[in-house]
Design a protein around this ligand. Sequence first.
Ligand SMILES: Cc1ncc(COP(=O)(O)O)c(C=O)c1O
Length: 382
Amino acid sequence: MFDEIVNRKGTSCAKYDALETYFGYSDLQPLWVADMDFKTPDIINDAIIKRAQHGIYGYAKPTAKTYNLVKEWMKKRHSWEIDTSWISFCNGVVPAYSAAIEAFTEEGDEIIVQTPVYFPLFNSIKNNNRKVVRNSLKEDNGYYTMDIEDLKNKITSKSKILVLCSPHNPVGRVWSKEELEELGKICIQNNLLIISDEIHADLVFKKFTPMASLSKEISNITLTLNSPGKTFNIAGLNCSYAICENKDIKEKFDKEITKRELGSVNVFGFTALEAAYEFGEKWLEDLKKYLKSNITFTKDFLIKSNSKVQFLEPEATYLLWLNFKMTGLSHKEIKNKLLEEAKIALNDGRSFGVEGDSYFRLNCALPKIELERSLSKIVTVF
Ligand SMILES: Cc1ncc(COP(=O)(O)O)c(C=O)c1O
């Protein structure tokens, strides 16, 4: 089913239809923005069609079932016992993140992000007139770890939030329990709120630990953001949720969501979330197998071709953090070659932070035959 080539052109699809806007060329093979070229499972499509047949699309509200399905999903997929009263729905992880920044900090406050990282996580800080403090990840032969000593040195009286991307986009780490515990300890000692973006939590190839599941103390200072958007390829339905055990933090967050009018979720968003969390596990397991085989395929392809392009197999996500340093070319030269010669659209590594120099992010969630076509072009050019 994941081998099916679906024509996405002309569907108001950012990945294909906005190539000219973002890259200056419309004839590129798009392996950039983080959605998949696979159809969402039938159980979701059927639920949406059934809901559409009703014919009235007024304002939507989550029901007890919606809350319960999120709770059950956390329990069965991540062994995390939550209460439905901890959940707030919102129309996207990034909107929720931006609202949280405003709710918990003042202009000029410092927010720590572990770069390179998904760019809205630092852009939202700047857009809200707060200060981005970079705690760069440490890289050793393509494997990234947290730089705890640097983090300790970066904390000041103005530091208010530590932003965690878990699993991490773009470096593909699933943080270990021990890494998260150490991070949590520092945040408790320094009165930092943890915002944990866990949107990629279901697409993991090893055990994932939700930050707030570690201990009561850590749960008490953590706001978790998540959504079925990446997992089931329904990002365009704009349905996300926050989980927070601490009543005061949740109340403050909910107030900001109301103030910014972000709490009204698309009616199809709820329909899709419910179908996904009730019936989607089998499809998700099949998807993960296909993604893993695409990752291995990419690795083998680059090795067999003696390519100078390298990457380390991610522990999560379908996003490959390609390292072009061995080509000896400048970042601009690599970028131009990708666009003008290989005709491939990848995410520019620099957009994830200065650490992304000579890196580009490749989205391998597409039919293998198409992936092979793109890799052949990359290998020919580099
Ligand atoms: C880490 C991370 N957070 C959030 C998002 C986007 O979330 P949403 O579409 O719900 O705003 C993405 C999308 O790529 C992501 O990678």
